[in-house]
Design a protein around this ligand. Structure first.
Ligand code: SAH
Length: 386
C-alpha cells in the first residue's frame, strides 16, 4: 500500500480527530493521486489511513484513525450509515442532504436528494476516483431514478480536477419538483446554485416561521426559500436578489403555490437597503441570508464590514418589537465574530436588541465538534426591543 509520513504537528492534529493534514506537515510520500495511503509518524508509528492528493494544500483526508485499515467496503458502509441517519430525522421535506463530507466520514463527498434524484459533488482526487464505486453503492442503497454529478465547483481546480456536469446513472431532467414543509419548489439541478437549493436553511426557515409577521423583507432571497415559507404569516413580502434567474424562480414558485403577497425585485441588496431607508420604509420581520462574504482568510476584514453594513441598515428598517433573522455562511467567520459584528451594528443603530435563538445549519448537515470548519452556517434570530 502507498504510504505517507507526517511530522509532529500533523500527527497532533490527526490525534485530535481532525481529518485534514496539510502539505506543510507532510515529510515524505510514496503515493499517486487519489490513493488510499497508510499514514505514519516521523518515528514510524501508525497514525491512520487517508486519501492522498498530489495537488491540494490538503494532502491527506483521513478515512480511519489508528492502526486498523478501513474495511474494503467502507464507502458503502458509510453511505448506508449516512442515509440511515437522515431517515431517522423525520424531515418534513423531499429534498435534503444525504451525505455531508467530513461529517459523514466521507471527506469531500456531497450527496443531496431531490425526490427520486440524487446530485453528487466529488471535491477531491480520492473521492473523484471512487465515483463509480460511490454511484453503484448509491444505486443499491437509495434506488434513485437518476444521479447527476455537479462537479462544477471551483474548488475542484485546487485538486487538479476538471469542472464538469454529467449524468452518472439513469435520467436527470432539467426540472425536478420537490417539497419543503408546505411549499413546492421547481429545482434546476443542472444549473441552480450549489446543487439546486439551499438545503441547509430548512430548519431556520421553520424556526423563523414562529416569529414572522407584518411586513417581511427577505434579502438575498435566491428562489424564495424564506419568503415563500414565511408568506402565510405575513401581510406582505418583499424578496430581493441580484440574480434575474433567481427572481424569475421566486415568481414562478409563488404562483405555483398560490401565494399572492410576495413581490420579487432584482436588485443589489446593499443598494436596495439604502433606497428603502431613504424612502422611509419599515418592516416587522427581516431576513438577511447573504452568500459567504469571506471565502478565504484574507477576505475576512472586508466581509466583516459587509456584515456590519447590512445588519446596521436592517436594524434601522426594523420596527420596534420586530424580528431580524440574520445569517452568515462563511466558515472563516466564527459565531463569536458574527455576534460581535451584529452587536456593533445594534450599537450604531442605537437599537436595544435581544438574542432570541442561536442556530446553525440543519441536522442533515452535521457539525463535527472537533472540526470547527464544519460549523459554517450561523443564524441568529434577534428581536428589536420596543
Ligand atoms: N435565502 C436563500 C439563499 C440565499 S443564497 C434561501 O433560503 O434559499 C445567497 C443569494 O444572494 C444568492 O441567490 C445570490 O444570487 C444573492 N446575492 C449575492 N450577492 C447579492 C447582492 N449584493 N445583492 C442581492 N443578492 C445577492
Amino acid at each position: 500500500m502507498s504510504s505517507v509520513t507526517i511530522n509532529r504537528r500533523g500527527e497532533d492534529r490527526a490525534r485530535a480527530g481532525h481529518p485534514w493534514i496539510y502539505r506543510s506537515d507532510v515529510i515524505g510520500a510514496d503515493a499517486a493521486a487519489g490513493d488510499l495511503v497508510a499514514v505514519t509518524s516521523e518515528r514510524g508509528r501508525p497514525v491512520g489511513h487517508a486519501m492522498f492528493s498530489d495537488e491540494s494544500e490538503i494532502t491527506l483526508r483521513m478515512i480511519e484513525f489508528g492502526p486498523a485499515a478501513p474495511a474494503p467496503d467502507f464507502i458503502e458502509r458509510r453511505l448506508a450509515a449516512a442515509i440511515g441517519y437522515r431517515e431517522s430525522l423525520g424531515l418534513d421535506a423531499t429534498a435534503y442532504r444525504l451525505v455531508h463530507g467530513e461529517a459523514d466520514r466521507l471527506p469531500s463527498l456531497i450527496v443531496d436528494r431531490y425526490g427520486d434524484h440524487l446530485v453528487v459533488q466529488a471535491l477531491s482526487q480520492g473521492i473523484d476516483r471512487r465515483l463509480p464505486e460511490i454511484t453503484a453503492a448509491l444505486v443499491k442503497l437509495a434506488r434513485p431514478a437518476g444521479i447527476l454529478a455537479r462537479n462544477d465547483p471551483r474548488v475542484r481546480l485546487l485538486e487538479g480536477l476538471e469542472q464538469k456536469v454529467e449524468v452518472l446513472h439513469g435520467d436527470v431532467p432539467q426540472r425536478l419538483e420537490v417539497r419543503e414543509g408546505g411549499i413546492a419548489y421547481d429545482v434546476d439541478p443542472w444549473k441552480g446554485q450549489k446543487t439546486g437549493l439551499f438545503l441547509d436553511q430548512r430548519e431556520n426557515r421553520e424556526a423563523a416561521l414562529r416569529y414572522a409577521r407584518g411586513r417581511l423583507l427577505d434579502a438575498f432571497s435566491y428562489n424564495g426559500g424564506f419568503a415563500l415559507t414565511l408568506a402565510r404569516r405575513c401581510e406582505s413580502v418583499l424578496a430581493v436578489d441580484i440574480s434575474g434567474d433567481a427572481v424569475a424562480r421566486i415568481r414562478e414558485n409563488a404562483a405555483a403555490n398560490g401565494i399572492e403577497n410576495v413581490e420579487a425585485r432584482e436588485m443589489n441588496v446593499f443598494d436596495e437597503l439604502r433606497e428603502l431607508e431613504r424612502s422611509g420604509a419599515r418592516f416587522d420581520t427581516i431576513v438577511l441570508d447573504p452568500p459567504a462574504f469571506a471565502k478565504n482568510k484574507s477576505a475576512i476584514r472586508k466581509a466583516m464590514s459587509g456584515y456590519k453594513e447590512i445588519n446596521l441598515r436592517a436594524l434601522k428598517l426594523l420596527t420596534p418589537g420586530g424580528f431580524l433573522v440574520t445569517c452568515s455562511c462563511s466558515y472563516n467567520v466564527s459565531e463569536a465574530m458574527f455576534l460581535d459584528v451584529v452587536s456593533e451594528a445594534a450599537a450604531d443603530a442605537s437599537a436595544a436588541v435581544s438574542l432570541v435563538e442561536k442556530r446553525a445549519q440543519g441536522r442533515d448537515h452535521p457539525i463535527l465538534i472537533n472540526v470547527p470548519e464544519t460549523y459554517y452556517l450561523k443564524c441568529l434570530i434577534l428581536r428589536k426591543l420596543a
